[in-house]
Structures are given as C-alpha cells and as structure tokens.
Write a protein that binds this ligand. Structure first.
Ligand SMILES: [Zn+2]
Ligand SMILES: [Zn+2]
Length: 359
C-alpha cells in the first residue's frame, strides 16, 4: 500500500510503497477514507533526531476517518463495515487518569527520564493514517461517525477535538451572558467559534491579524472581530472583562496582553504553542480568581461529543482535498502558510487531483 512517511528527522515526507498491514489479536484494520494534515506534523518532522522516541520510517497522519475492513482474532467482528474516526491518543487504559476518562492526560504519555517524548498514537509514534490502510490497537480508540462525510469527520479527530476539549474545560463559564474571546481563527479557532455558539455562548469576540481569517469569523457569526488583542481591548473592558479567553495562537503578542483582559473569575485557556508567556501572580493587579489552563488534545468522550455536534449540523470544518501522492506538496503549502482551511488527504480516490486538473 501507499504511505506518506518521514524517513529522516529534519526532512520533508515522501510517499512510499510499504507492506499491507494485517490485524492480529485485538487490532482492527481500517481502509482510510480521509486523513487531515496538521501543523504539529511539521513540528515533528522539523525536530532533530533524539527528541521523539518514534521509529523511522514513521507513517504520518493523526486525524483519521476510515472504514473497518478486517479485525484480529480477539476483536469484535461486528465492527467490520463501520465508518469511524480514530481517537489519536492510544493511552495505557489503566493509570488513574485513564480510569477517570482523562486519556489525554495518561500518566504514560509524559516525557521519559532520558528526555525523549513517548509515542502517543497513530501518526505520532505508531503508523498513521496518511496511507491506504491503518491498524488501530483496539476498538477503544474508535468512535462511529454515523454517516458523517469522511472529509468532515477526519479534522474532528484533532482540530475539532482539541478546540472542544479546551472549551469544555471552561464549561461552567459558558452561557448566554458569556463574554468569550477567541484568538487565532485558523483550523482550530474556526471550530472553536462554532463550538462556543453550539454551547450557547452569548458574546464571542474573535481576533486574528489575517483579513481572510477575520472574514471567516464574521461568516461564523462572531459578535465582533478585531485584528489584534490591543484593538479588541476597549470593547472587552467595556464588557467588564472576558469570562474566557481561548488562545489558539499562543504567541507573545496574544498571551501576555490577554491576561489583563480577564474579568473577575475569568479563565485564560492557551491552546496554541507559538512561544507566548504569561506573567501571573496575586500581586500584579490581575482580576481576582484568574485561572490559566493549558489543555492538551481531548478525551474519547469529547471526540464522541464533537462527532455528535457535526452530525447535528452545528460544526463543520473548512477543508481542502488532496490526493495521497500530493501530500508532500500540501505540507509544503502548509509550511508556507498558504493553506486556507484544513488540508485533508483522500487516499481512496483521486477526487482532489481530478478536480484540480479541471481548474
Ligand atoms: Zn495535530
Ligand atoms: Zn493511562
């Protein structure tokens, strides 16, 4: 089968022909219907050797929708034929956080004593879904998609799930009188606006320096749209501060100045990893009861909730289809910041290539 693989740390990916996978034990085999490309893949590929404890070659792809086509001897054969999305965190299942249903904070997923980062799941240590087929370790990482279009289902596995989990951590602050700020209206942020709307958030203030992203925020019915935190500050102060700030950029110009815009009891949730730093302390004149959170990805239950929102028509991803052969070029475009919407590879057919050659 074909697979998009990282073969050398610090290099771009290549499409390779590799052996067909075969499920054993509790494993299930998926035909991949759609697989999303993520900025974090660029981060992984660009990292020097010795940081990630991942074997090379590494088949990429941690946002995967597929159809179960075969199961191992110990797996439930009734899964065959089901369309699913894969929860990309293959946690231990036995630690105290896994038992709490907080698989994304599995105690097995921490940095090793030797400083290396452990395998997380498909495309992040284990063979991923930018391929014709992919194995999963058991049914415990699968969520049925109930007929959802695969190209819309795949981005839910990371972009949708990460946004949802971040917002859910502040669920008690979201109601019709909420003042919510969303910073960075890209792959995750544009889903964040929709999720906040679906959960009933009253006022949503969107911030992005890119004009196209601000247009998208307006289309998604953000209450107000600004190019920077500074530009939004007056309105947020007029509203007596923000209840929640979801920072999908996480950059120096967003994290530090946002802290001062929190209202009493407000929470700043930093999702993006662009190097922003916050200085907090009880003697700095910040609002009383401030909280800062830095969530990671999401739980399997969150993924099921995100799929439900999508099936209810409340959440949809802006996507750009690509054929599997064109994925290296799609990553190059992503790297150059040229991608509008989530790039999604469709291994099963050449729809993307055909439609593009017609242009
Ligand atoms: Zn990702
Ligand atoms: Zn665990």
């Amino acid at each position: 089968m074909r697979a998009v693989q990282l073969t050398e740390w610090g290099q771009g990916p290549a499409v390779a022909d590799i052996a067909d996978p075969k499920p054993t034990g509790r494993e299930l085999l998926l035909d991949v219907d759609a697989a999303g490309l993520c900025l974090s893949d660029l981060h992984v590929m660009g990292t020097a050797a010795g940081v990630f404890d991942y074997p090379l070659p590494q088949t990429l792809g941690h946002e995967v929708a597929g159809t179960v086509v075969e199961v191992g001897g110990e797996a439930d054969p009734s899964w065959i034929g089901k369309e699913v999305v894969v929860h990309g965190i293959w946690s231990c299942g036995t630690c105290r956080n896994c038992l709490r249903g907080r698989e994304n904070y599995c105690l097995g997923l921490v940095r090793r004593p030797d400083g290396r980062l452990p395998r997380i799941g498909n495309g992040l240590g284990h063979p991923g879904g930018l391929a014709d087929q992919m194995l999963v370790p058991s049914e415990s990482v699968l969520v049925p998609t109930d007929g959802l279009e695969p190209m819309l289902a795949a981005p839910l596995a990371d972009a949708g799930l990460t946004a949802y989990h971040a917002i859910r951590t502040a669920a008690e602050l979201i109601d019709s009188s909420t003042v919510a700020v969303v910073i960075g209206i890209g792959g995750l942020g544009h889903m964040g606006i929709q999720i906040l709307r679906a959960l009933g958030a009253g006022t949503i203030i969107a911030i992005d320096q890119r004009a196209k992203a601000r247009e998208l925020a307006t289309e998604l019915h953000a209450t107000a749209v600004y190019p920077s935190v500074d530009a939004a500050a007056d309105q947020i102060r007029d509203l007596r501060g923000a209840d929640t700030i979801f920072d999908f950029a996480g950059a120096p110009p967003t994290v530090e100045p946002s802290t001062e815009l929190l209202g009493p009891g407000g929470r700043q949730v930093v999702i993006g990893t662009a190097g922003g730093r916050a200085t907090v302390g009880k003697d700095l004149g910040l609002a009383s009861g401030w909280q800062i959170a830095a969530p990671f990805w999401g739980t399997r239950a969150d993924l099921a909730a995100v799929v439900q929102l999508a099936n209810d028509g409340l959440l949809t991803a802006e996507t750009m289809p690509f054929a599997l052969e064109d994925v290296p070029e799609a990553y190059a475009q992503l790297h150059r910041g040229e991608m509008a919407g989530r790039a999604v590879a469709l291994p099963k057919n050449q729809r993307a290539r055909l439609s593009r050659s017609r242009d």
